[in-house]
Design a protein around this ligand. Sequence first.
Ligand code: 4AD
Length: 466
Amino acid sequence: GRKRTKIWFLNSELAGSTVLLRGYAQTIRPVSKKMAFLVVRNSMSTVQCILTVGEDCGSPQMVKFATGLSRESIIDVEGVVSIPKDPIKGATQQVEIQVRKLYCVNRAVPNLPFNLEDAARSEREFEKAEATGEQLVRVGQDTRLNHRVLDLRTPANQATFRIQFYVQDMFRHFLRRENFIGVCSPKLTAGSSEGGSAVFKLDYMGQPACLAQSPQFYKQMVICGGLGRVFEVGPVFRAENSNTHRHLCEFVGLDAEMEIEEHYDEVMDVVDRLFVTMFDYLNENCKKELEAIDRQYPFEPLKYLRKTLRLTFKEGVEMLKEAGLEVDPFGDLNTESERKLGRLVFDKYGTEFYILHRYPLAVRPFYTMPCPDDPAYSNSFDVFIRGEEIISGAQRIHIPELLTSRAEACGIDVKTISTYIDSFRCGAPPHGGFGAGLERVVMLFCGLDNIRKTSLFPRDPHRLSP
Ligand code: 4AD
């Protein structure tokens, strides 16, 4: 057989040539018994196909067959590329296909859960329609997620998951160039790593176990194992009953851990260069994708500096106080203060991406290194996009005695983490690292309002299916 052409390759240079396409029948519009229009789609690209009856065109049967097709069926089209007289509105490609042959490869049911056009509309379109009294169907988030395979076909969703892939890919590539190696740590674990209650418990051959809350302990143990610089892209499980726009029960962790030579600034340096490189890459190479998202969910491109701003927690608290907010200088910032600080930072420094560091020790996990010059603070940081956290990181305690006493001070039964603590007894280098949530990075970079939009099949307290 002849090779099929992807719709995004169709252009005016192909005029006159015969092509074979396979795609989704997006819309079918009969005009008469002798004519119909079909829009065929591959990913974000669509092309208008014209079915007419005539010599070396199609037959009346073909037109009738096309008219009877159900939307979203998979079809094969053979036809000749032609240049339309007027610009085409309903398709991305500015050429048409004069159809010679049409086959249905696999039918979709005639009563789909929703129309793709309805699912692809922007809020602006709804507002316009309301003003003119037109009735448009809104597809709610639960309906979309219940029928995710259909929902994934909208241009914004196609774009989102391409961007998600590029984020992962950049994470790997950048770190590889910086001499990190990828590792895969176990997800079946004996205990928790980020604090006890939010774990999914399971039975491991009769022994209690849980799903890993983060690769935290293992990535540090691998550093103790002499691997120097490591990263992991893998699932992270949190049994938190958080029903918010930014919490999932399973997400993809982008984690890294590295030996530190002098100072935990080295970890922030990696974060800085990694994310600036990643954002530059997305802005340069994903223009189409960003446009597709913007069309349905309008957003402003992320504003970030060449060298990422670093503020200390103290400075952040000062800024909030000056703005009239009550904040505990040794407590954690709540979501509202984080947002507010994001706006203040933007007004003052012109960036929506920044690092806040030297957090109070009391609000960080037990394994966090206290600041040597002021143990009320810690060598730790969070990173924010548009006022929301995407990363947390720190230097870790590599001295087993200090680690033990910090664990005890945080109310952790050290017997339960003895293999972790023992890892630091055979010689452990100073080290630090960070963890980002893939879905959050994509959500906030693209200015989306809900993390379920950036998870293929989201897992939240109310959703385990599909
Ligand atoms: O802040 P977290 O819990 O930190 C850790 O897991 C540390 N072990 C990381 C480190 O190396 N110090 O999680 C890290 C990131 C967060 O900044 C956030 O982006 C994401 O993971 N995250 C979530 N994403 C979606 N749903 C949730 N429930 C998330 N919890 C954290």
